[in-house]
Design a protein around this ligand. Structure first.
Ligand code: NAD
Length: 258
């Protein structure tokens, strides 16, 4: 039987793709910091990551590190995770949110653009997860949550066509397979499948008209907020979520049945 290892009092959550002020990751980093987590923001936008960390540390009195990281580059991933391990308390949670959309119609898709989407959305998630898991396995405790998408189930939307949908479906298989191996080490591995949330990945701020149009198919009558996503992510990386693994959480206001 696997023993339950308590979370250390001083612990760190690593969040990739969490630099954008309007993004899901930033809202999640904020919420986790308000719950006492130290946070590391790893993002391709290094200046925004540094600003986010400074702001979070100032407002919540926790340690925060913002590091330019390209999740599609193994050296960059290794360097950033090594710095987090050296400078912050033990990593207990990893939230993989770095991602790009692919608004291209299938017959216009190029091999280069396809590879780029997979390199960031899927291979990036693989590389960061593998690097962070090494320490979690040693400490016998950890939570990993990655971003799939409702696009994996429905085949995309305006800003998320074939490459994006396929990469987000891959995240579900990845999550289940890694969860299979990690349970024995006290580590849970899950993913979330959000419906539309008004962030930069949607191609810029959504107009009220566009949001209202999208909301017609959503049972609760609105698009999602970053706070909706942060609340679920914070629950899934929390100490009480130890019996949840290999799961894909739909969070889309009911869009999945419309
Ligand atoms: P966002 O654009 O704010 O977040 C994506 C972040 O990834 C950005 O901060 C960006 O700088 C970063 N990034 C891009 N390439 C990177 C790279 N190579 N290395 C490191 N960081 C990189 O959008 P968001 O909505 O907060 O997206 C977060 C995650 O949620 C994404 O994986 C997205 O696919 C997923 N998601 C979003 C929605 C939605 O409607 N917003 C729906 C389903 C899933």
């Amino acid at each position: 039987m696997t023993e339950i290892t308590a979370f250390p009092a001083e612990r760190t959550a690593v969040l990739t793709g969490a630099a954008s002020e309007r993004g899901i990751g930033r809202a999640t980093a904020d919420l986790l910091a308000s719950q006492g987590w130290n946070v590391a923001v790893l993002d391709i936008d290094g200046d925004a990551a540094a600003r986010a960390a400074q702001d979070i540390a100032g407002r919540h009195g926790v340690q925060a590190l913002g590091l330019r990281t390209d999740v599609s580059d193994q050296d960059s991933v290794n360097e950033s995770v090594a710095r987090v391990e050296a400078e912050l308390p033990p990593i207990v949670a990893l939230v993989n949110l770095a991602g790009i959309s692919s608004p291209t119609e299938f017959m216009q898709e190029t091999r280069e653009a396809w590879d780029r989407v997979f390199a960031i959305n899927m291979t990036g998630t693989f590389m960061v997860t593998q690097r962070v898991l090494a320490g979690m396995i040693e400490r016998k405790v950890g939570r990993v949550v990655s971003a799939s998408s409702i696009s994996a189930q429905r085949g995309g939307g305006t800003y998320s066509k074939v490459a994006y949908s396929a990469s987000k479906a891959a995240i579900i298989g990845f999550t289940r397979a890694v969860a299979r191996e990690m349970g024995q080490h006290g580590i849970t591995v899950n993913c979330i499948a959000p419906g539309p949330v008004d962030t930069d990945i949607m191609g810029g701020t959504l107009s009220d008209e566009r949001k209202a149009d999208m909301a017609k198919d959503i049972l609760v009558g609105r698009v999602g907020t970053v706070r909706d996503m942060a609340a679920l992510l914070a629950f899934l990386v929390g100490e009480d979520a130890g019996f949840i693994t290999a799961a894909t959480y739909d969070i889309n206001g009911g869009l999945q049945i419309s």
